[in-house]
Design a protein around this ligand. Sequence first.
Ligand code: DC
Length: 227
Amino acid sequence: MDKLIIAIDGYAGTGKSSQAIRLAKKLNYTYIDTGAMYRAVTLYGLNQEPRGTIDLNLLNHSLNHINIHFEEVKKENQTFLNNKNVTKAIREPRVLKYVSKVAAEKAVRSFLTKKQQFLGKDKGVVIDGRDIGTVVFPLASCKFFLTADAEVRAKRRYLEQQKIGIKETFEDVLINITKRDNQDKSRTISPLKKAKDAIEIDVSALNIDEVFHILYDQVLDKLEPRI
Ligand code: DC
């Protein structure tokens, strides 16, 4: 049976990655977390600068020194930056503060887009992000776009962050999520946008299982079209 490229785009905190991981496990596909790649490049930029800021020009000229890969450790997908496990570090607020700026850089986007296209070249992938259905894999046969109210998304992020020991108030999470949405939507290169042929799902009032079943049913339809 032909394997698919399943693209899941949408707003921060809509549960894209949880759904993508679950779909990938169910289908025995590879999961590609493109948000983690943008975060890892941002962390590299922060590590270049002793004052906790980012020199975008310097970062743009250092991209060929950046190697990002994923590994499954204890059944969890982990992100490595130049062979160092950065899974937790890329979730820190200092990375979040800069990631949208870094993600708006043309050189960074073209560097990561090429890597993502390479990782997905053999299909059989579930890949989540903001521009997967529009730019990275515009020909993907299965595209989703997840949305939800900002408050619902901020609550999810707040609980996720608490679980891994990141301390940020709910109000700050909400402010940051809204700010990041605006930056991601308004950037000139590859803005966050629904692909014309993507299925849009508002997950505000749905639980994780309900969303999963909607996605999985659509995938099954693509794999075995019903007559
Ligand atoms: O999904 P996330 O929160 O881990 O993404 C982190 C940031 O990276 C987010 O602000 C938008 C950016 N991003 C992007 O611009 N394009 C992608 N394909 C994935 C993420």
